[in-house]
Design a protein around this ligand. Structure first.
Ligand SMILES: Cc1cc2nc3c(=O)[nH]c(=O)nc-3n(C[C@H](O)[C@H](O)[C@H](O)COP(=O)(O)O)c2cc1C
Length: 166
């Protein structure tokens, strides 16, 4: 079996965008996630993979199996890198983004960061335990591009970046 360091390095060669997945709890919770994928067009389904060591997992799983029933995937712009670092626990911002940044809610009740590139608001359709993560399949009830001109933030080889035009 491949060792953890090799696996991490290999997976890091797959360039991704970065999202903040928000949860409809009070106070709201956010977690930086790049294990995000489209799954199905009809019905519209996405997935996020959430580490069992995180607070987000505690909230989604719930104490008696009755966890939070929805989430919103916010696709970050290059200008929102600080949000991604904040919700990954890498930096402490001098503001609470849930108070200071413009947000709204859609179907799930999870905050939508309105300065994001795009969002997909979901209800949890299924949860599949997968090793030390759980895959949360979400049915997308509301989604939109919020800023078509913004540049996405990228993550590749463990580094944050931007996607240069060609
Ligand atoms: C670029 C990047 C991508 C990440 N992707 C994921 C992910 O897909 N799933 C996950 O569970 N954690 C991911 N993390 C780690 C979490 O964001 C981190 O553990 C966070 O502090 C957990 O927050 P919480 O415990 O407050 O919920 C990622 C971190 C970074 C920097």
């Amino acid at each position: 079996m491949v060792d953890t360091d090799t696996f991490r390095t290999v997976m890091g060669q797959f360039a991704t965008g970065v999202t903040v997945v928000t949860l409809p709890v009070e106070p709201p919770h956010g977690i930086t996630v790049n294990a995000f994928s489209s799954v199905s067009l009809d019905p519209p389904l996405v997935l996020v993979c959430i580490d069992h060591e995180t607070r987000a997992y505690e909230l989604l799983a719930g104490e008696d199996g009755e966890g939070v029933g929805g989430y919103c995937v916010n696709v970050l712009t290059a200008d929102q890198r600080d949000l991604g670092e904040h919700f990954a626990g890498i930096v402490d911002l001098d503001r609470d983004p849930f108070d200071a940044d413009p947000t709204r809610t859609e179907v799930s009740g999870a905050p939508v960061f309105e300065e994001s590139l795009a969002y997909a608001d979901c209800t949890v359709e299924a949860a599949h335990e997968a090793g030390d993560h759980t895959i949360y399949l979400g049915r997308v009830g509301s989604a939109a591009v919020l800023d078509a001109d913004a540049e996405p933030v990228s993550f590749y080889g463990g580094e944050w970046g931007t996607i240069a035009g060609d």
